[in-house]
Design a protein around this ligand. Sequence first.
Ligand SMILES: *Cc1c(COP(=O)(O)O)cnc(C)c1O
Length: 388
Amino acid sequence: MIPYGRQDLNQDDIDAVIKVLESDYLTQGPKIPEFERSIIDYCDVEFAVAVNSSTSALHIACLALGVSKGDLVWTSPISFVASANCALYCDASIDFVDIDPVTYNLSIEKLEYKLIKARADNQQLPKVLIPVHLSGQSCDMERIYTLSKEYGFSIIEDAAHAIGGYYKDKPVGSCKYSDITVFSFHPVKIITTAEGGVATTNNLELDKKMRLYRSHGVTREPSEMTKEPDGPWYYQQIVLGYNYRMSDIQAALGISQMKRLDSFIVKRNEIAAHYDKFLTNMPLITPVQKVNLLSSRHLYIIRLDLPNLIKTRNEIFQELRNEGLGVNVHYIPIHLQPFFKQIGFKLGDFPEAESYYEDAISIPLFPQMTHHEVNKVVDVLEHVLIAN
Ligand SMILES: *Cc1c(COP(=O)(O)O)cnc(C)c1O
């Protein structure tokens, strides 16, 4: 089976991990600041906070922005559930902005309309918006930023898919048009630390707060304490925090992976370009890339042209799997998950997301794919979609 995504590990990565295992620090050692530094340098940003997952990064990002009971957070319904859950961890409410039919990112037009309507109806405006850069293609952050100034919300970019990508002249993660950006290093994502994530920001206060929430709300900084330290061992817990720390083993893997990030993006874009070229003339829609950005190409999502196909999506999906393609679907609309229906969402709430879900399929795309595998994906699609 050719999986839809797969990590790319080499001997350098393995050696880097072993070196940590043979060192004094398995966690809270020198590799964390070194990894954070590599993210800072790459993303052209002031601060980076490494954590044990991007779900944790989303949680501490919300906390640092003061999201709490009575607040409202908006995100895209076509994302992994973590993009919405972070608001609920903070006892805030969640709502969604339907997607754009071309990029599958949250629609800026619908966002603007929803903001105008909320204001006109004297309804609550969001405290935080979480745009998700689906498949590695950045949302139009400049337009979102302009709206944030007009309507007074903060922005967390969920860039779980998008490290290595660019928006205009800046790397994703630079936070030029946002307060915080989060990345994921789960093995299917662009680079991996097995489990792991990072939050970037240009705001010193947000950086400090996220560091506190990452590690139990405990500080060793005398200026942050309520009294003089009792001695050199002294620490104080000043907020309710968590243990969301990344280990040095993971950070060492991350440092090593960062060195190949650019080559991963090149390879992913080459494979995507091959698909773009060879999947034309098939009853499907290939993903549209905007001109002012570089996608990290985490996912290659095709939309089946079901009215021109005899088979159903499920039949096609099953046949692709049977032929050895590890296809998948990203994502089931969050608002249709039983948990979110229980909160009050229902079928029909976000029609564009729901229609996307009817015909979207992610096909294999990862840096180590061989020419043979890429060609096989094209051949199998042709065989399953065209030959009957
Ligand atoms: C993978 C993913 C997450 C969660 O990342 P973890 O590191 O596994 O917690 C969040 N948002 C999106 C869009 C993702 O794809």
